[in-house]
Design a protein around this ligand. Structure first.
Ligand code: SAH
Ligand code: DHB
Ligand code: MG
Length: 217
């Protein structure tokens, strides 16, 4: 990251995205290097803006980790709003559930433990949804998009994190740490959400890339 870019992000965070004490506690509890993959406060605030702009009440999140992004989203939901968040790793799910209970967000947030490919079909009766936030295994982004396309209402949002795929998609080739299957999945994911006949979408140039799209059909 260049100095100017870092200074911009610091300015944005101070001015627009100060963390609540609760959110800081959750973030600071995620000390394992493998867990350093949660959203930034600026990205959390972006999700909040999107939620309010699109009148979002019911959300599916794929990839919970410690619940940091879910807690950002929950803080922007109106009364009666709901988040279903899906986590494959049992230890991470237990930790997230503790955070949700501790911050009294567990009435708004329902956590489902297991592989999202298995748990998503169980959510179909709770839909249609206003927003799906995809932030789990990159290999399955097209599978998640196919599910979201069927279960998000017209005018609802589909959002994906890491859609530069670690600077692979714009280079036109997978980076060393990226599998070809994940590369193909992410290319197809962005191509579909960029199709102006189906979506009003854009890839926002956050550090990791965040694709945001309104479903037009
Ligand atoms: N959204 C979180 C970060 C998620 S990191 C935040 O910003 O706070 C990605 C998470 O997806 C990890 O916790 C990982 O265990 C989970 N994951 C990976 N593959 C998954 C799958 N197939 N189903 C559900 N969760 C999965
Ligand atoms: C990774 C995953 C993420 O969702 C993220 O935001 C950053 C990194 C990863 O798997 O390395
Ligand atoms: Mg991510």
């Amino acid at each position: 990251m260049t100095t100017a870019f870092k200074n911009r992000l610091d300015y944005i965070q101070h001015t627009f995205a100060p963390e609540s004490d609760a959110l800081r506690d959750v973030r600071e509890s995620l000390t394992d290097p493998n867990d350093q993959i949660y959203l930034s406060p600026q990205e959390g605030k972006l999700l909040q803006v999107l939620i309010t702009m699109a009148g979002v009440r019911k959300i599916v999140e794929i990839g919970t980790l410690g619940g940091y992004s879910a807690l950002w989203m929950a803080a922007a939901l109106p009364a009666g709003g709901q988040i279903f968040t899906l986590e494959k790793d049992p230890a991470r799910a237990v930790r997230a559930a503790g955070h949700f209970a501790r911050f009294d967000a567990d009435k708004k947030i329902t956590l489902k433990t297991g592989d999202a490919l298995q748990t998503l079909p169980q959510l179909e009766n709770d839909g249609p949804f206003d927003m799906v936030f995809i932030d789990a295994d990159k290999l399955n982004y097209m599978n998640y998009l196919n599910w979201a396309e069927k279960n998000v209402r017209k005018g609802g949002l589909i959002v994906g994190d890491n859609t530069f795929l670690f600077d692979s998609v714009w280079r036109g080739a997978p980076a060393d740490n990226v599998r070809k299957t994940a590369f193909d999945a992410m290319q197809n994911f962005n191509k579909r959400l960029g199709d102006a006949n189906l979506y009003r979408g854009i890839l926002l140039p956050t550090e990791e890339g965040m694709t945001v799209a309104v479903k037009l059909f």
